[in-house]
Write a new protein. Structure first.
Ligand code: 8YV
Length: 320
């Protein structure tokens, strides 16, 4: 009889059924539930070849370093900026992730935030609940349809946002490290030029050092007092203090944010503002999408164990 492969699960997964499904198929040890995780790693780290984690939890170097026999990491999510690339490459470990299956829901939430920010929907909900309606009208807002939509990061999610935009009669332009071949949309050679062109700037670029704080005070000034920012990518792409400052001083009109520099702690200055809509990193958080992501986490792990190749592998891992 074959014993179930041993798996180190870094923490609870973003779909609770997945915790149970992993525990059924594998001999799972959850690191965050150990009385002393550091000591557990020191004593048992060498027993693990497989790790399961999520994009949000990531995998820090000190954990990778404590797993001398690590072969494969199956990560729940499309972002891999929180997985320590250098430590994993040094270890020669491969990494599976879940691209593609969340594009629709992330693009849907980008539009939800876009519509909410431009129309003041969340603010209007507070207005009604507080009983303000009987004292006067809610202020008129900005039209969303027909506007210029700038997309920073024209990958799978960015192009799904662009498809949504056509239904709103929007003009779309984008900035990306390089122009996307065959894209029907106008390429802007810099983020600054994109921000200057756009009425609404949506961020769908990958996180990590390469994009850190690219949306800064200068980019926000270019977006301008009538402009809106939507971020469904990573908080690190935006200088959050500069954004709070721009919102406070009306150098941009409004924003919709699903991601923050230090989750789960949005900058306190943002909490006091009515011209920003805040969501707690929920873009992929639907039953349908989280189920599809969980299936791919399981599939990647099983494929790696049986064939040595996951179904979907992060680019720098596949390039090894
Ligand atoms: C998830 C995400 O919420 O896919 C990503 O990169 O950030 C989100 O889809 C996250 O993986 C949950 O931990």
């Amino acid at each position: 009889t074959l014993s179930r492969p041993r798996v180190l699960q870094y923490g609870k997964m973003p779909l609770s059924q997945l915790d149970a499904e992993l525990a059924q198929a594998y001999d799972v040890h959850i690191l965050s539930q150990q009385a002393d995780p550091q000591r557990f790693l020191a004593e048992h780290g060498a027993q693990f070849e497989y790790v399961v984690t999520s994009a949000a939890m990531g995998l820090p170097a000190h954990v990778v370093d404590a797993l001398p026999n690590l072969k494969f990491v199956s990560s729940f999510g499309v972002g891999f900026d929180a997985l320590d690339k250098d430590a994993l490459l040094h270890r020669g470990a491969r990494v599976g992730y879940t691209p593609g299956v969340l594009d629709d829901c992330v693009a849907d939430l980008a539009f939800a935030l876009l519509l909410d920010a431009t129309r003041g929907l969340s603010e209007s909900d507070r207005f009604v609940r507080r009983g303000n309606w009987s004292q006067g009208r809610f202020g008129i807002r900005t039209r969303a349809s027909g506007k210029r939509l700038g997309i920073f990061g024209m990958g799978r999610i960015g192009s799904t946002v662009a498809r949504r935009a056509s239904g709103f009669d929007m003009e779309v332009a984008y900035h990306n490290r390089r122009p996307v071949e065959g894209s029907p949309h106008q390429y802007q050679p810099s983020l600054l030029e994109l921000a200057g062109w756009a009425d609404i700037l949506v961020i769908t670029a990958a996180g990590g050092e390469g994009t850190r704080h690219l949306v800064n005070a200068e980019v926000l000034a270019a977006l301008g007092p009538q402009g809106f920012l939507v971020n469904v990518a990573r908080g690190s792409v935006v200088d959050e203090a500069a954004l709070a400052d721009a919102l406070t001083n009306h150098r941009i009109a409004g924003a919709g944010l699903d991601v923050f520099e230090d989750e789960p702690r949005p900058l306190p200055a943002l909490l006091a503002l009515d011209n920003v809509v805040l969501a707690p990193h929920i873009a992929s958080g639907t039953h349908e999408t989280r189920r599809a992501m969980a299936d791919l986490v399981l599939h990647n792990l099983q494929q790696y164990i049986t064939t040595g190749r996951p179904a979907a592998e992060v680019p720098w891992s596949a390039a090894q």
